[in-house]
Design a protein around this ligand. Structure first.
Ligand SMILES: Cc1cc2nc3c(=O)[nH]c(=O)nc-3n(C[C@H](O)[C@H](O)[C@H](O)COP(=O)(O)O)c2cc1C
Length: 167
């Protein structure tokens, strides 16, 4: 088991990273990130997802062109498209794949690998680039790479007292 206080600090220290070193990531670490995704919880354990692991630089550049504030995916060592399957779990595929994403982001952080959820993306164009089926749901494409430069300053969070109501 992980030390709880260290784990909370770890969660607080994670930052979205948007600049990556041009340095390959060992296959074992790639697999650990994918594995962390695979172990996410899902409603009725339906696991309504699959992942596209993108290592081809040309594809990363193509994806960068269909993002807004996600251009940095072009510099990623690899990226993972997290694909939800509405046909497997119609009510929960968005929630379940979001949990996958968080698991992958935290796993990456523990390895000193940066990532950032890219929401600013033309998903229909990205689906075409990735060869996804019409009814596949593209949650996001997470770019991964070793962190270039300094880790950004902590981002603001509302104080607990503002968001908690005790009954
Ligand atoms: C659903 C979602 C969509 C996001 N979309 C983008 C995006 O398109 N581009 C980007 O640079 N960051 C994006 N982010 C990252 C957020 O800006 C970031 O998580 C937030 O500012 C808090 O910073 P932190 O992750 O460093 O704590 C997104 C995050 C989430 C959860």
């Amino acid at each position: 088991m992980i030390d709880p206080k260290a784990f909370l600090e770890f969660i607080k220290e994670r930052r979205s990273i948007r600049a990556f070193l041009n340095k390959p990531i060992p296959e074992e670490e790639v697999e650990m990130i994918l594995e962390a995704g695979r172990w996410a919880p899902s409603a009725s354990n339906r696991q309504p997802w699959n992942f596209v692991c993108i290592k081809n630089k040309d594809v990363l550049k193509e994806l960068a062109r269909v993002t807004g504030y996600g251009y940095f995916i072009a510099d990623a060592s690899f990226a993972v498209a997290i694909v939800g399957k509405p046909t497997i779990s119609g009510n929960w595929y968005v929630v379940d794949t979001s949990l996958v994403s968080m698991n992958m982001m935290l796993m990456a952080w523990s390895l000193g690998i940066g990532t950032c959820w890219i929401g600013s993306m033309d998903k229909e164009k990205a689906k075409q680039i990735l060869g996804l089926a019409k009814n596949d749901y593209l949650l996001t494409v997470l770019p991964f790479g070793y962190i270039q430069g300094n880790v950004p300053e902590p981002t603001y969070r509302h104080p607990l007292k503002n968001i908690i109501r005790e009954i």
